[in-house]
Design a protein around this ligand. Sequence first.
Ligand code: PNS
Length: 158
Amino acid sequence: MKKAVCPGSFSPVTNGHIDIIMRAAKLFDEVTVLVVTNPDKRCAFTADERCAMIEKALKGVPGVRVDKWDGLLADYVKQNGINAIVKGIRSSSDFDYEFQMALANKSLAPEVETVFMTADPQNMYVSSSLIRQIASFGGDVSDFVPKEIVPDIEKGLK
Ligand code: PNS
């Protein structure tokens, strides 16, 4: 059984994240969407709120589960027998950031591969921070996130 993890802050999950998760689910037997604490970011939603939004958006997708983690990603993948870390890449700046993390994870957990997927062109400019900014000024975020979670985002950020 081939297992992958899609880790991130997901504050909140976007259409770009969902696209990568669905594509990963076609390649792996089990995909864990992992809400990870990023010490460099202050999150607008708690880890449980972020997990709940992802679960709502992915309800019924076979082979996909949601979990949270407050620690090194390398430790989670080792403890859970994960084969691959899947990351979406929107731009060369994403690549620079992700490449550094992939090398660090390779050193910490050598048996795990990082797999990069190019973002769908439609989602190239979509980011959680863009969504937070639009929602905090009362704008409409429904083009950028799954429709099921629009009310949660509006409620949490207005
Ligand atoms: O969505 P983000 O914030 O870009 O995701 C980054 C994240 C949370 C996946 C990354 O910061 C991470 O893996 N954090 C866990 C701590 C860790 O393992 N740090 C070293 C990464 S090489």
